[in-house]
Design a protein around this ligand. Structure first.
Ligand code: SAH
Length: 252
């Protein structure tokens, strides 16, 4: 019997942000692979086997999951948010690309989820309503100079930018450098949204301006959205502001 492997995204937090397709895949799984807190969030049914790992080696996790699928198991790999956004779907593809030929015949599926930037944007208005880009600030997989270059180019292109992985324990100064650079490129009045633990009990969303944004506000559970020229903040009496990016753009 040949098994199959489904990579699922469980969204940023609440159960009602998990798609029915993901719930079905989770219910039918025999083996669940993933970062321990994500597997804890979905829970286990009787008979299901938990293969929890720490946040490190995604490729090793993907390889183990593919081996289990090849041996006939019905395997689910669990990602937070969407599995294709800085997450396990790429690691699984990479493992197939470099792995044994037999893995290319496996039944592999990816089930999408609500990614952090969409959840964060929805909480505050429509900051991603104009053209936008999305970058991971983690420099584990790419050199910092490339990140800076991409920040520069997206600013030149006038794009709103969503920043994943803003905080690095190993290199805490990086987010400060990125915000400084963006303030120089986009102007100190540019709105910046810090959205932490969106969809969780301790959710916190703040709107600041790049010129006085505090880098210490970002932790590993924070998604940052930096506006562009088209991004406006609507102050509302007794309510949090609404932030949106105008749909109309002038010629550059
Ligand atoms: N696949 C995930 C992203 C994984 S990278 C997704 O699609 O959302 C991890 C980064 O995602 C974190 O550093 C943070 O920037 C962001 N993130 C994940 N969950 C979040 C949440 N609940 N609230 C805010 N940001 C979150």
């Amino acid at each position: 019997m040949s098994g199959h492997l489904t990579v699922v995204g469980i969204g940023p937090g609440p159960a009602d942000w998990v798609t029915p397709a993901v719930s079905i895949a989770l219910a039918e799984a025999q083996d669940l692979f993933g970062y321990a807190p994500y597997i804890d969030r979905v829970g286990l049914r009787p008979g299901q086997i938990r293969h929890a790992s720490d946040n490190g080696d995604e490729l090793a996790r993907a390889t183990a999951a593919l081996s289990a699928a090849q041996s006939g198991r019905n395997v689910v790999v669990v990602s937070g948010g969407d599995p294709g956004v800085f997450a396990m779907a790429s690691a699984v593809c990479e493992a197939i690309d470099h792995g044994p030929a037999a893995w290319r015949s496996l039944d592999v599926r990816i089930e999408p989820g609500v990614t952090a930037m969409l959840a964060a944007a929805a909480r505050i208005g429509a900051p991603l309503g104009a053209d936008f880009a999305c970058l991971s600030l983690s420099d584990n997989l790419k050199p910092w100079v490339l990140i800076e270059n991409r920040l520069r180019l997206t600013s030149e292109a006038g794009l709103v930018i969503a920043l994943y992985n803003p905080a690095s324990k190993a290199r805490p100064d990086r987010i400060g450098k990125a915000l400084n650079l963006l303030a120089r490129l986009r102007g100190p009045q540019t709105p910046v949204i810090f959205a932490t633990a969106v969809g969780r009990r301790d959710e916190r969303i703040d709107v600041a301006r790049l010129g006085d944004a505090d880098p210490a506000r970002a932790d590993m559970r924070t998604l940052i959205i930096v506006g562009c020229e088209a991004t406006k903040v609507i102050e509302r009496p007794g309510l949090p502001p609404l932030v949106y990016s105008e749909r109309f753009a002038r010629e550059a």
